[in-house]
Structure formats: C-alpha cells, structure tokens
Design a protein. Structure first.
Length: 353
C-alpha cells in the first residue's frame, strides 16, 4: 500500500490533525505526553513518535549505540569516537520494504551483521553470531521476510535474553499492536499502515531503551521530527483503532462480488488468509493462462493501466495468481475491480474466438 500513499484518514483523524496544526503547544511536553499515551495503547513502558517506521528503526539503533553516554549523541557516525556496534539480523529478514532495512540500521550508526542463510536460520546460529560488539538483534515481522525454517520470536527472545542483548521487533505493518511490546525490548510500528494515522512511526518498548533513544531527538532524530499535527492525528487513530478494525467476517462479506469471476473460463477465486497470520482474508484470483488467454502478469498490468488504476497484491503474479486486499476498499470498489477483470479477460476471450 505504500506505493499508493499507505492509507486514508478518517474524518475524526483529519479533525484532530487540523486541531494540532492550528494551535501552539509546548513541544517538549507534547512529545513526552504523546509518548506516554502511545505506550499505554501498545502495552509498552515508553514510546516516541517519529515521522516513519524507518526513522524509528534508526532511532532505536542510535540509542543502542550511545546508551547512556549523551555526549556521544553529538558524535554519532564520528570515527574518532566509540560510536559503533553491530545489529544482528537474519539474512531472510534483511529485506527491502521500499527501502533496505539495513540502510536504516546503518543510519542509526550500527554495522549490519547477517546471520543464517537466505532460506533458513536457527537459534543456534543466532547465538553463535553474538559478540561483544553486538548491541541488538532485529527481528523483522513481515510478509516480505522468509517465513519457513526461521526461528520464532520466542526462540530468538530466549537467545537474546540469555546474552543480555535487546531484541528489536520491526512490526511496521502488523495489525496486532498490543502483543509485540511484551515480546521485544523495542518495537517499531508504522503510524499510517494498519493504524491508519497520518504519515508517522512509533518506537515503543522498555523505558531503559527508549531513554537511550530520547536524547537523539536532539541529534539524528531531528531529521526525523514529527509535526504536532501528526501527533494529534496519530493519537486519534490509535484511540479509534479497535472500533474501526474490520473483522474477517466483514472483509469476507465485502469480497463476495469477486466470486462471480469464477464463472469466467480460466479464472477461479478463493479466499486466502494472510501469510503472516494477521486477521486479513484476501480474494485470490487465479488465472489459468491457457484457458483465460491472458497471463496473470498481463491482467495485473492492465488493471494498473486502466482509467482507474487498480493495484493488486501481485507478488505471485508470475506464478499465475494475485490477491485483492479488502481492507482499504469499499464494496463499490470491489464491484469496479470485478467489472474491470471481467472486461480484461472477456476481451482476451474475444480475441481468441
Ligand atoms: C513499511 C515498512 C517499514 C517502513 O515504514 P515507513 O513508515 O514507510 O518508514 C519498515 N519495516 C517494515 C517491515 C515495513 O513493512
């Protein structure tokens, strides 16, 4: 969704954005207080609002590099001072979510130490990778990551705690905002993805570690500053989060018109649960190239290039299927998408006959 601007805001959120924009605040106080509110919603001890999840990763890492030494905050990235350390990340988690996660780690001042292979990693390998230079371990919870043959969060948490290494969890796009703070020492969320707030990010976690990151708001974090309007918008989005969350039943109901497409030769539609285990069901459109006279990749591209650009979840289009995510579309949108797929495949049939 990031390529389409991530999410849309509710009227309540926009109203509070305007409130924040139109008034003055004692900013230090606002940053501190808003952090406390965020922490409350996430079941964390403390939190900081940033302008993106990427910024939250960098800020978390910067804090782990400088720890209590506030003087080093001004010397981050300065080779004349001891401002280095390594963050361990599993190779299958070293992803590009639109930008490489490793760049954000380096932005925070740490080296990136990959562990495991592109298709597997074990808790023992994680243990073996830890050295005196290790300042943290980053677990990326995302559909972009390799899912199979990877240790669970519980397993890496056990290794981290045994070695006194803080566990960071990048849960940027996760729907479950309540559980991760109890699993990780620091957790990262996007404010605009599942939470559907304005462009923003959240760094939350144990107070000790948030306290390490806090001084960086007057260092590297200045380049990641979040505006007062975004703070008010995000708080409102969080306040309304549970009430606006769509149940799987609601999503399934919304997708119903899509099933009509199964009547077309070469097309079949099923409902697929989210691969990362979130409460999302998506409509999967399977395109049998021979029967439909179109490859799924062609259908996906034509959808993008129509009068209304329709973006699908097309990571597997080369394998012959793509998904429709119901969360950010209305029932009318689903009807439009259905008609457009009918048109595209209908034309293909005409060409053939
Ligand atoms: C989207 C995403 C990010 C980055 O979020 P921004 O707010 O756009 O910086 C980081 N990590 C993961 C896993 C993501 O999905």
């Amino acid at each position: 969704m990031s390529i389409l601007g991530v999410s849309t805001l509710s009227d309540a959120v926009v109203d509070q954005l305007a409130y924040g924009a139109k008034n003055y605040f004692e900013m230090e106080e606002l940053v501190k207080k808003s952090g406390e509110v965020i922490a409350y919603y996430l079941n964390a001890e403390a939190a900081i609002i940033t302008n993106s999840a990427s910024a939250a990763i960098a800020l978390a890492v910067a804090g782990l590099i400088t720890k209590k030494d506030k003087m080093l905050v001004d010397k981050l990235h300065d080779k004349n001072y001891k401002t280095n350390g390594e963050i361990i990340v599993m190779k299958g988690h070293n992803i590009n979510y639109g930008a490489p996660v490793e760049v954000m780690i380096r932005l925070g001042g740490a080296e990136v130490k990959e562990v495991g292979y592109s298709n597997m990693c074990s808790a023992d390998q994680v243990q073996a990778a830890i050295t005196n230079e290790t300042v943290g371990f980053l677990y990326v919870k995302s559909h972009h990551c390799v899912q199979k043959n990877m240790p669970s969060i519980d397993q890496v948490q056990e290794v981290c705690h045994r070695n006194g290494i803080p566990l960071l969890i990048d849960a940027a796009a996760e729907e479950d905002i309540h559980s991760y703070a109890s699993l990780g020492d620091l957790v990262i969320f996007s404010g605009s993805k599942a939470i559907e707030g304005p462009t923003s990010g959240i760094l939350a976690g144990k107070k000790q570690y948030i306290d390490y990151s806090f001084p960086h708001l007057k260092g590297i974090g200045r380049a990641m500053k979040v505006g007062k309007e975004s703070i008010f918008g995000l708080l409102t989005a969080l306040e309304n989060y549970e009430s606006t969350k769509q149940s799987v039943d609601f999503q399934t109901e919304k997708l119903k018109p899509l099933y009509k497409l199964s009547e077309i030769k070469g097309i079949s539609v099923t409902c697929i649960n989210d691969e990362a285990g979130r409460d999302i069901c998506r409509g999967r459109i399977m395109v049998n190239e021979k029967e439909a006279n179109r490859h799924a990749v062609e259908v996906v591209n034509e959808l993008k290039n129509g009068e209304v650009a329709i973006y699908t979840r097309d990571y597997h289009a080369t394998e012959g299927h793509f998904d429709i995510d119901p969360r950010s579309v209305t029932k009318d949108d689903i009807l439009l998408i259905t008609r457009r797929i009918e048109e595209i495949v209908g034309e293909a049939h005409e060409v053939k006959s």
